[in-house]
Design a protein around this ligand. Structure first.
Ligand SMILES: C[S@@+](CC[C@H](N)C(=O)[O-])C[C@H]1O[C@@H](n2cnc3c(N)ncnc32)[C@H](O)[C@@H]1O
Length: 262
């Protein structure tokens, strides 16, 4: 489900820059009654949910707050997602995050050493992600891993193309990571505010089952699927292995073992 979200300046001086960004991300430049708007502020892009003025606009910023804190954990190798992808001494998989969303899981993997390629189909979420990654890379230009390992592909989906475009095929990923929106998440009161906004914007990914066979074809070694603990397997397909965390399960579909590094 894709809603068009207009991209507007938060103040008149930002009109030219907002128009440029709207053109680049192919977003409308006028509000026609949509529930959401992307606003360009002096601090960057933010997503505002107009029906919920009680909610802070969502501004993705990987340089502050919880996300910055998580990176101070070091390489993050103890994180369930990092173990599921199979990061190990000498093994830093090249990962296609094919349901990128707010990019938080992908950032964790990149920080742990993976080369990370983000693919997101919702144009507004893609714009937020693209600008947040750019800001993160420019924020500390001497932190070279940020530029070397983080890549945002053009807005799109593994499901929309047959055949897949070269931009996706060229990634040639060792692993594909999938975290489609799970319908039941909508009912949970514990869902964080930014995730609530994302859910409202993108809806439930009812076509998610179709991602697994394509991901399995694309990945050289494995596909990892994040699911809520009690959710059924994606596409009803039993994984070969799992890593669990407090709320989630990472189902691991192995095509072949990673090469042994001696
Ligand atoms: C649950 S969120 C992902 C959250 C993400 N793992 C993170 O850490 O922020 C799911 C995202 O996947 C996107 N998505 C779902 N199906 C997709 C598809 N077939 N292709 C590209 N993006 C997809 C949705 O638009 C949504 O932004």
């Amino acid at each position: 489900m894709t809603f068009l979200v207009p991209l507007l300046p938060a103040e008149p001086e930002l009109q030219p820059a907002a128009a440029q960004l709207a053109e680049r991300f192919q977003l409308p430049q006028q509000h026609c009654g949509e529930d959401f708007v992307l606003e360009l502020t002096r601090d960057g892009l933010q997503l505002r949910w107009l029906e919920r003025p009680d909610m802070q606009p969502l501004m993705l910023d990987y340089t502050r707050g919880r996300q910055a804190w998580r990176q101070q954990l070091g390489s993050g190798r103890q994180e369930a997602i990092v173990r599921a992808i199979g990061v190990a001494r000498g093994m830093r998989p090249r990962v296609l995050d094919a349901t990128a969303g707010l990019g938080r899981d992908g950032l964790m993997l990149a920080h742990a050493g993976c080369d990370l390629f983000f693919l997101e189909r919702n144009p507004a979420v893609h714009a937020l992600l693209d600008q947040a990654v750019l800001h993160f890379q420019l924020h500390q230009p001497n932190d070279h891993w940020r530029r070397q390992r983080l890549h945002v592909l053009g807005a799109g989906s593994l499901l929309e193309h047959d055949p897949l475009p070269d931009e996706i095929l060229d990634v040639n990923p060792d692993a594909v990571y999938l975290d489609p929106m799970f319908p039941e998440r909508e009912k949970s009161a514990a869902v964080k505010k930014d995730m609530q906004m994302l859910q409202q914007l993108v809806g439930s990914d009812f076509d998610a089952d179709g991602l697994l066979p394509i991901a399995l074809e694309l990945a050289t070694y494995r596909v990892v699927v994040k699911r809520p603990n009690k959710a059924p397997f994606l596409a009803g397909q039993t994984p070969q292995s799992q890593v669990t965390s407090k709320k989630h399960r990472f189902d691991i579909y192995i095509k072949q073992a990673y090469p042994k590094i001696t």
